[in-house]
Design a protein around this ligand. Structure first.
Ligand SMILES: Nc1ncnc2c1ncn2[C@@H]1O[C@H](COP(=O)(O)OP(=O)(O)OP(=O)(O)O)[C@@H](O)[C@H]1O
Ligand SMILES: [Mg+2]
Length: 135
């Protein structure tokens, strides 16, 4: 379950970072997988710089990589994305390995309750096409 505006902001922050900090012309990998009751988005890109700052620090407010200094930014994008993920009962984690940058975003999957006959009738009643409910 997610809030569309929050989710949009999380993706916007992560995708903007990818555009700003990837080696130009290199591939970016995005995957969406299900792991039991969690949906996992994985973003992978090759960073222009080798990040020698810990993953936890990169997520902190106002922390930016060294070579990011000549681009615009406040070091807020990742920490905002993390807070918005948590607000939706999910989480965001960063993993770096040399110039490989990974952002892992996870959300719990909420299965939709099957609708009762009465609910279905209510939904279709508005257009005058309500199905007949038997039993
Ligand atoms: N996809 C990425 N690839 C490589 N480095 C990244 C990536 N995303 C973030 N970084 C590094 O992490 C730092 C922190 O990112 P964050 O989004 O929090 O701040 P910012 O992009 O510098 O500024 P803002 O998001 O406020 O404009 C960046 O300065 C950059 O060094
Ligand atoms: Mg950013």
């Amino acid at each position: 379950m997610a809030d569309g505006r929050h989710m949009w902001r999380v993706f916007d922050n992560l995708m903007n970072n990818i555009c700003k900090y990837s080696v130009p012309g290199t591939r970016v990998y995005l995957t969406l997988e299900r792991d039991r009751n969690m949906a996992q988005f994985l973003f992978k890109n090759t960073s222009k710089e080798i990040l020698d700052i810990s993953e936890e620090e990169l997520m902190e407010r106002f922390v930016r990589g060294d070579s990011s200094r000549n681009t615009e930014g406040n070091g807020l994008g990742l920490s905002i994305a993390k807070s918005l993920a948590q607000l939706q009962k999910g989480w965001l984690r960063i993993e770096t390995d040399g110039d490989l940058f990974k952002a892992i975003l996870r959300f719990p999957i909420v299965e939709e309750e099957p609708q009762t006959a009465a609910q279905m009738q209510e939904m279709t009643a508005a257009d005058g096409n309500a199905p007949e409910v038997i039993g």
